[in-house]
Ligand binder design. Structure first.
Ligand code: SAM
Length: 296
C-alpha cells in the first residue's frame, strides 16, 4: 500500500457537507484560463483527470462510459447524420465518438476555451485519439451562445457537452428557453438534441428535473437517461429531445446495425446498455413528473 500521508489530495466539493478526495500522483497543469480554473491531474484509480472549476469533467479510466452515452443513443436514432454539432466538448472525446460514425460528413465543435482544447491536446491525447486532425472536424473556438445566433447551418444531431450551468460558469447562459428555441431551429426535421444534464443522484435530482421539465415545453419527445460514472462518484444524467424521434424507444435491431457501422469497438454502449440507460427507477420518474418550467 502506498503511504498516502505523502500525497497531495484533490477534493471535489459536492455539497458543504460532502467532499470526495483523490490522492494526486502527478499534476500536469494547474492554473486559470480567461474562463475557468483548470487542473490536469493523475490519480491511481482513474488515471488522468480533467478538472474545471473544481468539477471532474472526465477520467482516462472511464470517460467512455460518459462519452459513448452522450453520443451514441442519439446518433443511433437519427437517419441523416451527415452534419453534427457539439457545443463545448473541450477534451475532444465527444468529437472522437461522433467521427467514429462513417456517415458523419462534418462535425462542428464550438468550445469557448481554446486553452482547455490545447491542454487536452497536449496532456490528454487519448481522449481525442486523432479526432482533431480528422478532415471532417471543424473546431471553432468561440461562445456557443453566439454561434447559435450567427450560424445558419442545420444538424441531424446537436450535442451539448457543456460544463454544469452553475451561475459563475460560461455555460450558464446556454440553459434557458431562448437557447432551447435556437437549438431547435438548428435541427433538421428528423433531428435530435442531446445534452449532458447534471446528476441523477437521489439526493441531487433537482437541476436535472428542472432541465427536463423546461425542455418539455419545446420538444415533443424528451427522454432522460442515466448511468453511474465512477470518476464522478455519482449517477450522471442526459436528456434526448426531438419532435420526430423518441430516442428511448429506439429498437435493438436498429442499434445493433448502427453499432456495426462504427469504426473500432464500443466499450460501453450497445442495445442492451441502451435499455438499461433509459430504464429509470421510480424516484427519478417521480421527480421528472412534477410540473413547472424553471428555465423560462
Ligand atoms: N463532461 C463534462 C462535465 O462533466 O461537465 C463537460 C465536458 S467539456 C470539458 C465542457 C466544455 O464546455 C469546456 O471545455 C468549456 O470550455 C465548454 N464551455 C463552457 N461554456 C461554454 C460556452 N458558453 N460556449 C462554448 N463552450 C463552453
Amino acid at each position: 500500500m502506498p503511504k498516502t500521508e505523502h500525497y497531495q489530495w484533490y477534493t471535489e466539493r459536492f455539497a458543504p457537507t460532502e467532499i470526495h478526495a483523490h490522492a494526486i500522483e502527478e499534476t500536469y497543469f494547474a492554473g486559470r484560463t480567461a474562463f475557468q480554473a483548470v487542473a490536469v491531474l493523475r490519480t491511481a484509480v482513474f488515471g488522468k483527470l480533467l478538472v474545471l472549476d473544481g468539477d471532474t469533467q472526465s477520467s482516462q479510466a472511464d470517460e467512455k462510459i460518459y462519452h459513448e452515452s452522450l453520443v451514441h443513443p442519439a446518433l443511433a436514432s437519427v437517419d441523416d447524420r451527415r452534419d453534427v454539432l457539439i457545443l463545448g466538448g473541450g477534451e475532444g472525446a465527444t468529437l472522437r465518438e461522433v467521427l467514429r460514425d462513417p456517415s458523419v460528413a462534418r462535425c462542428t465543435m464550438v468550445d469557448i476555451d481554446g486553452e482547455v482544447v490545447e491542454l487536452a491536446k497536449r496532456y490528454l491525447p487519448e481522449w481525442s485519439d486523432g479526432a482533431f486532425d480528422d478532415p471532417r472536424a471543424r473546431v471553432i473556438i468561440g461562445d456557443a451562445l453566439r454561434f447559435l445566433k450567427d450560424d445558419g447551418g442545420r444538424y441531424g444531431v446537436v450535442i451539448s457537452d457543456l460544463t454544469e450551468p452553475l451561475p459563475d460558469s460560461p455555460s450558464f447562459p446556454l440553459f434557458n428557453g431562448e437557447v432551447f428555441r435556437d437549438i431547435k431551429a438548428r435541427l433538421t426535421p428528423g433531428g435530435v438534441y442531446v445534452l449532458q444534464a447534471s446528476t441523477a443522484g437521489f439526493h441531487n435530482l433537482s437541476l436535472h428535473a428542472k432541465m427536463a421539465r423546461s425542455l418539455r415545453a419545446h420538444f415533443r419527445h424528451v427522454s432522460s437517461f442515466y448511468t453511474h460514472v465512477p470518476a464522478f462518484d455519482n449517477d450522471w444524467a442526459f436528456i434526448a429531445c426531438s419532435d420526430a424521434v423518441d430516442v428511448a424507444a429506439t429498437g435493438a435491431e436498429r442499434i445493433d446495425a448502427y453499432v456495426r457501422t462504427l469504426r473500432g469497438e464500443n466499450w460501453f454502449y450497445d442495445a442492451q446498455t441502451h435499455r438499461r440507460l433509459f430504464a429509470l427507477p421510480l424516484y427519478v420518474r417521480r421527480a421528472l413528473a412534477k410540473d413547472g418550467d424553471l428555465f423560462a
